[in-house]
Design a protein around this ligand. Structure first.
Ligand SMILES: C[S@@+](CC[C@H](N)C(=O)[O-])C[C@H]1O[C@@H](n2cnc3c(N)ncnc32)[C@H](O)[C@@H]1O
Length: 256
């Protein structure tokens, strides 16, 4: 019965994708445009919290010529960088001297939380995020790569580290993505992914679980589940969802 329901959901999704081309992109961009408005309210103190992050004190605000840019840059510092360290359970010095790829980085290069790295942020919507108003021009030290995880415009064995935070469930073809990660990661490189398990949605089409992840990344030695959580952004998840941390190396994470 459950199997039939899952099949029906996948068929419905496929039909809607065919009938409304681009609906995944439109939904993703609508979400982030709305976030810009939320960041500004949070920055001005009109909302005291956004995802349980308190609005900034005057001395915490990042100065920029416009309210929009100041709000986004401040959100980056006070929420996004902290979230990446928490979600990946790593310290700021985890990847010193390494070349790091963040897959599905979104419109804010949160992996700048890691000191002394060469950072590459890959996302298929990079240029749409710039058009939507995300100020990526402030980050001279970040390489933004407009592309998909299924076909990365990147050299073989180029990265010491690949990370993904809440993005692997957003891709269209996870098998091809896993192959591409294997291709761009140096042999013996570090892989760490924070993955949301849930029912398929428009922007998150993949329904992942432990067995699927283990199977997809079986080529990666020592890759295993190192954490499992019932919250996201410090907010409780519905009982049939969770976030799971997978890695081939020991971080600050507790073993489970
Ligand atoms: C929820 S956002 C996560 C952003 C960021 N990692 C974070 O945690 O704040 C998911 C991102 O995955 C990206 N994405 C969707 N399909 C993708 C694909 N095929 N390859 C790479 N990234 C993809 C989306 O454009 C979006 O920016």
């Amino acid at each position: 019965m459950l199997h039939l329901r899952g099949l029906a959901r996948r068929v419905k999704k496929r039909l809607l994708d065919l009938l409304i081309p681009g609906r995944k992109t439109t939904s993703e961009l609508d979400f982030w445009r709305n976030e810009i408005a939320n960041y500004q309210k949070w920055f001005l103190g009109e909302s005291k919290f956004h995802y349980k992050t308190r609005c900034p004190q005057e001395d915490q605000k990042v100065a920029a010529p416009t309210l929009k840019d100041s709000s986004i840059l401040t959100w980056h510092k006070l929420h996004q960088e902290v979230k990446y360290l928490q979600d990946l359970e790593l310290g700021t010095d985890a990847f010193k001297g390494k070349r790091v790829l963040d897959i599905g980085s979104g419109p804010i290069p949160s992996a700048t939380c890691f000191e002394g790295i060469q950072l590459y942020c890959l996302d298929p919507l990079i240029s749409d995020y710039v058009k939507a108003g995300f100020p990526l021009h402030y980050y001279d030290n970040v390489h933004f790569v407009h592309g998909t995880s299924e076909c990365m415009p990147l050299f073989d064995g180029f990265f010491d580290v690949v990370i993904a935070v809440n993005s692997i469930d957003h891709v269209d073809d996870i098998q091809q993505t896993a192959k591409e990660i294997q291709r761009v990661l140096k042999p013996g490189g570090l892989l760490r992914m924070h993955i949301h398990y849930h029912r398929a949605t428009v922007t998150e089409p993949l329904e992942l679980n432990d067995a699927k992840v283990a199977n997809l990344f079986s080529w990666c030695q020592e890759f295993r589940k190192v954490g499992s959580y019932s919250q996201m952004h410090s907010v409780d998840l519905p009982s049939d969802e969770k976030c799971v941390l997978w890695s081939n190396f020991q971080g600050l994470s507790r073993e489970i």
